[in-house]
Design a protein around this ligand. Structure first.
Ligand SMILES: [Fe+2]
Ligand SMILES: [Fe+2]
Length: 471
């Protein structure tokens, strides 16, 4: 592996590194790649996904009780044993459904940034590792989806628990029709994808990014150029962890940075580390559970085994994220004031939208309860699992969301362990804003009273919407 690309005139200390003094992260990448290839649990995971049968696993907990939907709430206490089992299983499904979507996004960004590292040159092993990870994610995603689908069918059948917002967009369109003249409305709103306004906006943002990063144009990711040649849009996730960080047009704007500047491509890995840390924070308890069952010689439910083997693959991905985000960025010229600003903005938004709160009904989720989540619970309470009427469902939801209970305490426990994982990396990023290095917004969100206040407000709006739909 070439040590440092000669074409980059780094004003950083590492530009003086000679071929003899290879920075430690090159060895770490090499070792991680070899170990990941030798260990690789993708076939095992594919097999577990194929053989999974819900009936054979439905009478067992798949992980600790506190990793169950509604855990610690008054409704959980009142639930029957079979409902508690289902809530434990649905937590796993929800968690891994989210992970599947996030890993699909990761795969795209692996390709975006890989294009930059290949253009820089000298990072062949890293690029091979990223390609290998992308392939591994495709196996992971398929396994999660197989188990998720069969479990959901086993518990609530064809009932849709998705996130329809009760015709909210239709209501909004009606308001727009009344308030805004037709030609203006057509400029901003399109029923077929992109409106003229959104095309102007995306082109403007793209032009800003490319102008500000023009010194890096020789590193522009081949992946993005190929898309542009085909006339396709720059990818941006709508769901999963990535989709929560910012609206899609902001994400497209950020993607140009990650796909053009070597520093920014490395900076992306601090976000990927965040996804790794969120996953690890909830996946590791399943691994502990797996080991406990194994030690006692007890039956291991298939999803528990999936969590265990998935974490073994993911440990390598986490090491790679950490290595690029914490060390490798120093191989390149120090970030410009503009790059520092954008990096700060991205992480600030990520803290606000991904880590800034506490849930009362979904333990371990460091986000305030939003209407989408409330729709899901409302449908779950009306599904064959709980068979509640509208009023009963809303009354229970109010008890679970608007008052303190053990579930909030559990949420706080997971919040604190995640905060520690986050600070481990971000504390060391000297280019970051102080509030991002300290994870200040996240730390601030770790308050039960604040969460109850916020969640109660959202619930009131939600219940009014439901009542209005029902009347
Ligand atoms: Fe994965
Ligand atoms: Fe991964």
């Amino acid at each position: 592996m070439v040590v440092v690309n000669k074409t980059l005139e780094s004003n950083n200390k590492s530009s003086n590194v000679s071929a003899v003094e290879e920075p430690k992260h090159f060895q770490r990448i090499e070792k991680t790649y070899q170990n990941n290839k030798n260990s690789d649990y993708t076939e095992k995971l594919a097999e577990l996904g194929k053989e999974f049968n819900y009936a054979n696993n439905s009478n067992y907990y798949w992980g600790d009780r506190d990793l169950s939907l509604l855990y610690g709430t008054p409704l959980y206490d009142a639930a029957s044993e079979s409902q508690k089992l289902a809530l434990n299983h649905l937590y796993w499904v929800g968690n891994y459904n989210h992970t599947a979507v996030s890993e699909a996004t990761t795969s795209i960004y692996n390709m975006v940034t890989n294009g930059v590292f290949r253009a820089v040159g000298g990072y062949d092993t890293l690029c091979d590792e990223l390609d290998f990870e992308t392939e591994q994610e495709s196996y992971h995603i398929r396994t999660f989806q197989r188990i998720g689908f069969k479990t959901k069918m086993g518990i609530v059948g064809k009932t849709i628990l998705g996130n329809s917002l009760y015709g909210k967009s239709e209501q909004e369109n009606n308001w727009l029709k009344m308030l805004i003249p037709q030609p203006v409305r057509e400029f901003f709103v399109s029923t077929q994808g992109s409106s003229p306004f959104s095309i102007y906006r995306d082109n403007t943002l793209s032009a800003i990014a490319k102008t500000m990063l023009r010194d890096n144009k020789q590193y522009y990711s081949q992946y993005l150029s190929n898309l542009e040649e085909k006339g396709e849009q720059i990818p941006a996730p709508a769901d999963g962890l990535g989709g929560r960080i910012a609206p899609r047009y902001w994400l497209r704007f950020f993607t140009i940075h990650w796909g053009m500047s070597p520093f920014m491509a490395c900076q992306y890995y601090s976000l990927r580390y965040t996804a790794n840390a969120i996953l690890k924070n909830q996946e590791y308890p399943y691994v502990r559970y797996f080991r406990d069952l194994e030690r006692k010689g007890e039956y291991i439910p298939t999803p528990t085994a999936v969590s265990n083997y998935h974490l073994l693959d993911e440990a390598f991905h986490t090491t790679i994220s950490q290595t690029i985000a914490r060390d490798m960025y120093k191989d390149f010229p120090q970030p410009t004031a503009y790059e520092k600003f954008i990096s700060g903005l991205i992480v600030y938004k990520m803290q606000q939208n991904l880590l800034g709160g506490l849930s009362g009904i979904l333990p371990g989720r460091c986000v305030y309860d939003d209407q989408m989540l409330m729709v899901f619970y409302y449908k779950l309470l009306k599904s064959p699992l709980f068979k509640m009427e509208t009023k009963e469902a809303l009354d229970w939801m109010s008890k679970c969301i608007c008052q303190e209970h053990e579930g909030y305490q559990v949420g706080l426990k997971y919040h604190q362990s995640l905060l520690e994982l986050m600070r481990r990396l971000f504390n060391r990023l000297d280019y970051q804003w102080p509030i991002n290095r300290e994870m200040g917004i996240m730390a601030n969100g770790g308050s039960i009273s604040k969460a109850i206040q916020k969640n109660t407000k959202t619930f009131k709006e939600f219940s009014q919407l439901v009542m209005a739909q029902d009347s």
